[in-house]
Design a protein around this ligand. Sequence first.
Ligand SMILES: [Zn+2]
Length: 466
Amino acid sequence: MGGYLIAGGRLLDATGASPQDGVSVLVEGNRIRKIGPDREVAAAAETLGGYRTIDASGRTVMPGMIDAHCHISYGDILSFEELDLYAGVEYRTLRAANNARKVLRAGVTAFSDPGSTWNISVAVRDAINAGLIEGPRMASAGRYITTFNAIGSPWPSWMEHPKSSFAVLCNTREEMVTEARREIKDGVDIVKVAGDGDVLTGEAELAGSIGLDDLQAIAEVTHRLGKVCTIHARSGRAAADAIRAGFDWIIHGSYMSEDDLDVLFRNPTPLIPTFSLLANTLEWGPDLGCSDFILDAYKDEVERLATVVSRAHAEGIAIIAGTDSGQGSVPYGEWHAREMEHLMTYGGLSAMEAIRAGTANAALTLGMEDEIGTLEEGKLADILVVDGDPLADIAVLQDRERLAVVMKDGAVVDTEAPIPEPARYNWEKPMLYWEDSRMPTQSFVREHATSKPRWMQQERRLDAAE
Ligand SMILES: [Zn+2]
């Protein structure tokens, strides 16, 4: 079995230890066999039946990044209609396989997928594990369990909930438990619950729309069957109830009050705040026609979430980096590393803490904290060699040119070979006539139209004559 000698770099092992210079890493097969002073590790390399050397001098050697919140089946959507309705399951699955490659090339060697349309996430995970397609390690949820009053049910009650939706409508406890059982039978790692809404699905739903008893029933059956559960909980009430019910980690938590935080501190539960979706929308939404309604709501949410994360971090709650990639404002392969920067900017984490949020802490969302997320002897060889010092400037991790080597499972990823940037079919997109919400009244058209009907031209001439 061959291996790699990653020689002479600065080791940032993400255990929390200070970086060390003049340290080499020896990879044998898919595992880290030895970490130590250059000369010692070079000697150990000679005992392998052949190896290749990666020169890491002047570079940082660190674990592959882990995105704890990436929906591989979504397809960079711009609307719920696009998410739930348009592309069929077959095309979505092929599209997801291509997107998994983009995620890996961004230096993300593992991700957790908390919610999928159909059972696409499980299929992509299995295809990657089987060696059929290229992609990061994955843990997969199926469709969200949702009531009428949460984000998984954006549709009016007078139409059937679409079976192509990212969520399954379960308004009774029996339906919820049955759906959890079905998903686990179909191979999910994670059961995902929609605990409330977001600004698009209605403010009232932010109150937390699923009861503690229901959450306890879902957690009980999920844990009994050896799986884990998580929740979309923007409201403090849904987050606090999920924590009480023993959910394994909380996603968002934006509007937790002091009382809700108290529940968190008494029952420490990891938190995935997910600033990227909100912060990205705020940054370029205004230029891309995002409505003031959404921009105002997200601005408020970022401020609230920043307070929650600062408080939770100060109390020692594990903060985990997750981006919600797959949403249109967080396209695949582009922004995974940015969440760490947001955790510093908004949450007050140090660079080291932010890097751990996107590596060691995030490994928990794949149930692989003993195998990945840090560089230690015996662990799986998911490794980045980075041109630059992420501790001095965490943004270097966002620059793919600086990812000199991306290694997953002991194999160097080919980041050069072109991968397709697919065209978008009309049938994938919402059937809008135009993006602008203004109606083309005569005065609007007179102002904006490039060609005008003859009578308008005549009128203008008359105006000019006056
Ligand atoms: Zn999400």
